[in-house]
Write a protein that binds this ligand. Structure first.
Ligand code: NA7
Length: 537
């Protein structure tokens, strides 16, 4: 059997994989990509549940590598919906000829390294060789399927928000249950409520949600963005969360009057979006500041939700605001004022089992026609450890990471030469703006590829010691914040049996990019370039 040979094999055709393939071709490298879905889009291909939208403003959460693209595309809303983001990505794929670089409906199941190259194999049995492999497999791409007793016995329709069908789903007049109140659940609940005859929301942990306030983007505001796009992109990359908008109020909330404090928070609530997480500069570091912001939202929930017991149940009491990614919604809290919508607090009334006709909790059976799981993802590591990735001496990545993932800069794993992860553990992407973070990472990756070729090296790797140093820094950075005070997909604690470790780099996107730049500018002193004679060059 002949095996195709490429300089680069890209796995995944979401934002990151698309740019990784584009940039490889721009750099004169031969490249081929594999995508499990039958189109580009990644997250925005799979998560097509009603109400899905991005929580970062679209003028920032979009490709910056091509000015003509950012000038010609017009976003209709401040925070774009899933269909609009998907059509943007399809437009970009067509515009840059990316469709021809990918094989679709092709799930990669294995990648094996030997003698300076990877053999990448798909579920369909196709194998290609690539000198370098770029894993653009998404940090939130493997749905979490909780093992609830009786789940297989449910006789009604079952959907996962993360794998929403492509065919229309009718919820009209049906009794619907939603399990999970993270971003996906909170976004979909108001939309489901518009259709369902009865909606029951099964909440294990209450979450903070801020209105998305996704009004149409005024043309003059958009024109202003386009006129200064380059500077905006620079500010975005320097920003803490990958967004330049809404700098925090400069003072500590306890140093200003209660009225002024309230006004600051009210402005941010009205503006909407995840910026609420940094209303004050030290909100994710100082517990007192955080409490001011949390209590403001508690007050909002009490104002909005008429039934005091439901309001109490919706108020988070186990984590600081922002320690789990803030959700953004379109009418989530208010939905519980509707007669046909009910909240079940699973802490008080736990699920006993799922039966053919519904969900039985301690207080009785809720009959359902449709069950929607919005139960999150095996984040950061799930997509890569599910593939059989074998590095030096046949070592499996899943074993190397059994005690938690270690990486250098989130990009390189010791013992897995010529392999790069995008938006993986140890990178800032998942805490900021994954599109711009991936672009920065990809530019860095191809600088490494060029350096490897210039040195006539066969492979590039990192030592365990240096990867551990970076991973320790990621941990220390997180420990200095309030991010670690929540059980979430950031730590892996949402997945049973998964080793807990705070995975993203919490120092902000600007600081993260500085680390990438420093390593590149110094000629990659931390990387180990291996010559054909297995000596460092
Ligand atoms: P999340 O934020 O991980 O939310 C998952 C939700 O599902 C959360 O409320 C979980 O409760 C709940 N869950 C998970 N397993 C169960 C079981 N067994 N029973 C009841 N409830 C359960 O995922 P999302 O998809 O909403 O959002 C992920 C990110 O995507 C988001 O942060 C944005 O960046 C985009 P728990 O909190 O674990 O008690």
């Amino acid at each position: 059997m002949t095996v195709d040979d490429y300089d680069v094999v890209v796995i995944g055709a979401g934002f990151a994989g698309m740019y990784a393939a584009y940039k490889a071709r721009q750099d004169g490298l031969t490249v081929h990509g594999f995508e499990a879905g039958n189109d580009v889009g990644g997250t925005w291909y799979w998560n097509r549940y009603p109400g899905a939208r991005c929580d970062v403003e679209s003028v920032d959460y979009s490709f910056s590598f091509d000015d003509a693209l950012q000038q010609e595309w017009t976003w209709s809303e401040r925070f774009a919906t899933q269909p609009e983001i998907l059509s943007y990505l399809r437009h970009a794929a067509g515009r840059f000829g990316l469709y021809e670089l990918f094989s679709f409906d092709s799930r990669v199941t294995a990648a094996r390294y030997a003698d300076g190259a990877w053999t990448v194999t798909t579920a369909g049995g196709r194998s290609v060789r690539g000198r370098f492999v770029v894993l653009a497999t998404g940090s939130l791409s493997v749905p979490n399927r909780p093992a609830i007793p009786g789940a297989d016995e449910f006789a009604g329709e079952v959907y996962f928000t993360a794998e929403w069908p492509h065919e229309p789903v009718s919820l009209d007049g049906k009794r619907v249950g939603v399990i999970g109140t993270g971003s996906s659940g909170i976004q979909t609940v108001p939309e489901v409520a518009k259709r369902a005859a009865a909606l029951t929301v099964f909440q294990r942990t209450a979450n903070y949600s801020i209105p998305a306030v996704s009004e149409p983007l005024p043309p003059e505001e958009f024109a202003e963005v386009k006129a200064h796009y380059a500077e905006r992109r620079v500010r975005t990359r320097r920003g803490l969360y990958g967004s330049p908008a809404r700098d925090p109020h400069p003072l500590h909330p306890l140093a200003i009057s209660p009225e002024e404090r309230n006004q600051v928070l009210e402005q941010r609530w009205t503006y909407g979006g995840v910026f609420f997480a940094r209303s004050f500069p030290d909100q994710m570091v100082d517990a007192d500041t955080n409490r001011v912001a949390s209590e403001f939202v508690h007050g909002k929930i009490r104002q909005i939700v008429r039934d005091p017991r439901t309001a109490d149940d919706l108020i988070p009491d186990d984590h600081p605001i922002g320690a789990k990614r803030i959700c953004t919604d379109s009418g989530y809290y208010a939905v519980f004022n509707q007669e046909h919508v009910r909240l079940v607090n699973l802490r008080r009334d736990p699920i006993e089992r799922i039966e053919p006709t519904g969900i039985r909790t301690a207080t009785g059976l809720t009959e359902l026609d449709v069950l929607i799981y919005a139960t999150g993802f095996d984040a950061f590591t799930g997509a890569v450890t599910r593939m059989d990735i074998r590095g030096l001496d046949g070592a499996a990545l899943a074993d190397t990471w059994a005690d938690g993932p270690i990486t250098f800069l989130g990009l390189v794993v010791p013992g897995f030469p010529n392999l790069f992860l995008l938006n993986g553990p140890g990178s800032s992407g998942p805490l900021s703006n994954m599109v711009l973070c991936a672009e920065q990472q990809i530019d860095w990756v191809y600088q490494v590829v060029a350096a490897t070729r210039e040195r006539a090296a066969t492979a590039v790797d990192v030592t365990v010691n240096d990867a551990e140093k970076w991973t320790d820094l990621v941990d220390e950075t997180a420990q200095a914040t309030l991010f670690t005070r929540a059980k979430s997909w950031y730590t892996g604690s949402n997945i049973e049996g998964k080793k807990e470790r705070f995975m993203p780099y919490a120092g902000g996107m600007g600081a993260y990019v500085d680390h990438l730049t420093a390593e590149a500018d110094a000629g990659f002193p931390t990387l180990v370039f291996e010559s054909p004679s297995r000596q460092n060059v």
